[in-house]
Design a protein around this ligand. Structure first.
Ligand SMILES: Nc1nc2c(ncn2[C@@H]2O[C@H](COP(=O)(O)OP(=O)(O)OP(=O)(O)O)[C@@H](O)[C@H]2O)c(=O)[nH]1
Ligand SMILES: [Mg+2]
Length: 471
C-alpha cells in the first residue's frame, strides 16, 4: 500500500511538473530528443524563398506521390501526415495562397513577400525498423520555417558599420561602374551637401526620394548590394529618413565628432542608429533566434546572365552577410546575438532554366562561389553543403534545348550558353552576356488544390540534406 501511494504521489508530482512545462520548454525537450528543427530560409529578393517553402510544404504533405526517391522516409512511405500551424510570435506563412496562385489558370507565382512570417509543420511518421514484418512506432517531428522579404537581409551587413563608415563605403561603391552611370547628377548633389551645415528637413526629404529612386533602379538593373534594403519595399512603416553623405572623407574624425547636434551629419548619424536599433537589430534577433539550420538560396543563373559586374556585386553582398556568422570575430554582433547555426545548405535556385546536362557544372560553380564567400572561420564551425534545386520545375528538357511557357502563356524554345563549372573567364563572360533568360510561367496544374504532384528538381535531395538525419 505504502509503495502504491508513493507511486501515486510520484505520478501526481510528475503530472504537475508536466503541466507546468511551457511551450518553450517542451520545444527544448523535443529538440534534445531530436524531434524538432528550426530552419531559416535566406536569400536576396527574388531568389525563390517563398516558392521554395511552398513547394517544400507541398512535397512533404503529399509525399507519397511527390517523386522524392532521394528522401528515404518518403520513398519508404513512412510519412503519415503533415499538420501546418502558426508560430507563436509571427503571422502564418501563407502556404494556401501560394498553392492557390500556382494552381490558377493561368498560373501565378507566389507574391513577393512584404512581411516576415513562419509556420510549424508537425510531421507524423513511422519510425524506421530493421524487421520488415514489424510496423514501426508512430513518431512526431516538428519543423519550423521562417520567410521574410529578401530586402531585409541586405541591411544586416549595416550592423557592422557606423554611419561614417557606411557613408564612405556607399560613396566608394557609387563612384564606379553601373552605379556611377545610374546615379548621374544625384552623385553631385550628395557630394555637395555640407555635413556641418544646419540640417534642412525639406531638402533632405527631397534628396532621400531621389536616393530611393536610384536604389530602385539599381535593383531593376540587376544589382544586389543595395542599402538600406527596406526602402525598396512598398512598406508603409515610418522608418527614419537618412541618406549617405559622400564627402565625409574631407573631414577629420574630430571635426565630425564636434559637429553641432543639429548639423546634417549628427542628425543623419542619429537616424542611422535609430534605424539599426528599431528595424535591423530586431530582425537580426528574430531571424537567428533558435535557428538550427539555414538554407541560403542563390539565383546563380540570374547573376551569371547579368554579366561580371552584377555577378561580383552579388558575391560581395553575400560575403558581407556571411560575416554575421563569424562568431567570435565580431564583438558587436556577438553581444547582440550569436547565431548558433550548425549547418548551412547553399542552394542554386531555379536550375530548371538550364539543360539537365549542365546541372553538375552549376553545382560546381556554386561550390566555387561558396568557397569565396565563406571564410575558414565559418567552415570550421558550421557544416556547409551545396546543392541545386528547382522548387517548381517549369521547363521540358529536349537534350539540346528547353521548352517552357513564357509569361504571355505561349510556348517558347529556350537555349543558353554552356554553364561554366568555375568562375567564368573573359571569353565565357562574353558568351554569357548574350544570354537573357526569360521569366517563365509556372506549369498549369489545377490539381495542386487537391494534393496533385508539383514537379520539382532535386527537392528530395534538399529534404535529405536538411532533415533526413532526424527520421
Ligand atoms: N523557373 C523557376 N522560376 C522560379 C522558381 N522559383 C521561383 N521562381 C521565379 O522567381 C520569382 C521569385 O520567387 P519568390 O519565391 O517570390 O522569391 P523570394 O525570394 O521569396 O522573393 P522576395 O519575397 O521578394 O524576397 C518567382 O516569381 C518566379 O518567377 C522555380 O523553381 N523555377
Ligand atoms: Mg518571398
Amino acid at each position: 500500500m505504502a509503495m502504491n501511494s508513493k507511486i501515486e504521489q510520484l505520478g501526481l508530482r510528475l503530472n504537475k511538473t508536466l503541466d507546468g512545462i511551457d511551450q518553450q520548454a517542451s520545444k527544448w525537450v523535443s529538440r534534445s530528443l531530436d524531434k524538432y528543427l528550426s530552419i531559416g530560409i535566406t536569400g536576396f529578393s527574388g531568389s525563390g524563398k517563398s516558392t521554395f517553402i511552398t513547394s517544400l510544404i507541398h512535397q512533404l504533405k503529399y509525399s507519397n506521390h511527390a517523386h522524392l526517391g532521394g528522401f528515404l522516409p518518403a520513398r519508404d512511405e513512412r510519412l503519415l501526415g503533415v499538420e501546418l500551424q502558426a508560430l507563436d510570435d509571427l503571422p502564418l506563412f501563407d502556404y494556401q495562397e501560394g498553392i492557390q496562385a500556382l494552381a490558377s489558370d493561368p498560373p501565378r507565382w507566389p507574391a513577393s513577400t512584404t512581411q516576415i512570417s513562419g509556420c510549424r509543420l508537425i510531421i507524423e511518421y513511422k519510425k524506421k525498423t530493421m524487421l520488415p514484418t514489424f510496423t514501426g512506432e508512430t513518431r512526431r517531428f516538428t519543423l519550423e520555417l521562417r520567410d521574410y522579404p529578401g530586402e531585409w537581409l541586405l541591411d544586416i551587413a549595416m550592423l557592422q558599420q557606423d554611419y561614417a563608415q557606411w557613408s564612405m563605403d556607399t560613396a566608394a561603391l557609387c563612384s564606379k561602374g553601373i552605379r556611377h552611370q545610374l546615379a548621374k547628377d544625384l552623385l553631385a548633389e550628395l557630394n555637395s551637401l555640407d555635413p556641418l551645415a544646419k540640417f534642412d528637413e525639406q531638402r533632405i526629404d527631397a534628396v532621400f526620394v531621389r536616393y530611393r529612386n536610384f536604389l530602385v533602379t539599381c535593383k531593376t538593373d540587376g544589382l544586389t548590394y543595395i542599402q538600406p534594403g527596406r526602402v525598396l519595399l512598398p512598406d508603409k512603416t515610418d522608418f527614419p529618413v537618412f541618406i549617405p553623405l559622400f564627402n565625409l572623407h574631407s573631414y577629420s574624425e574630430q571635426q565630425l565628432h564636434k559637429a553641432a547636434e543639429d548639423s546634417l551629419y549628427k542628425v543623419m548619424q542619429q537616424r542611422y542608429k535609430s534605424y539599426l536599433k528599431e528595424f535591423v537589430q530586431p530582425f537580426y534577433k528574430t531571424f537567428f533566434r533558435g535557428i538550427d539550420r539555414q538554407v541560403v538560396l542563390i539565383d546563380v543563373l540570374k547573376a551569371l546572365s547579368g554579366g561580371k559586374e552584377k555577378f561580383d556585386d552579388m558575391v560581395i553582398a553575400f560575403s558581407r552577410i556571411i560575416d554575421c556568422y563569424r562568431v567570435g570575430n565580431n564583438a558587436f554582433l556577438n553581444r547582440l546575438f550569436s547565431p548558433q547555426v550548425e549547418k548551412i545548405l547553399f542552394l542554386a535556385s531555379k536550375p530548371d532554366r538550364i539543360l539537365m546536362n549542365q546541372h553538375e557544372a552549376l553545382r560546381r560553380l556554386c561550390d566555387e562561389i561558396i568557397s569565396h564567400i565563406c571564410p575558414q572561420s565559418v567552415r570550421n564551425r558550421i557544416e556547409i553543403e551545396t546543392e541545386i534545386a528547382a522548387a517548381v520545375r517549369s521547363t521540358h528538357d529536349h537534350s539540346d534545348h528547353l521548352t517552357a511557357r513564357l509569361l504571355d502563356g505561349k510556348y517558347g524554345e529556350l537555349r543558353h550558353p554552356a554553364i561554366p563549372d568555375q568562375l567564368p573567364d573573359s571569353t565565357q563572360w562574353q558568351q554569357l552576356s548574350q544570354w537573357n533568360p526569360p521569366v517563365l510561367q509556372a506549369p498549369i496544374n489545377p490539381d495542386l488544390l487537391i494534393g496533385g504532384r508539383l514537379a520539382h528538381i532535386r527537392m528530395d535531395k534538399v529534404l535529405r540534406d536538411l532533415i533526413g538525419d532526424k527520421f
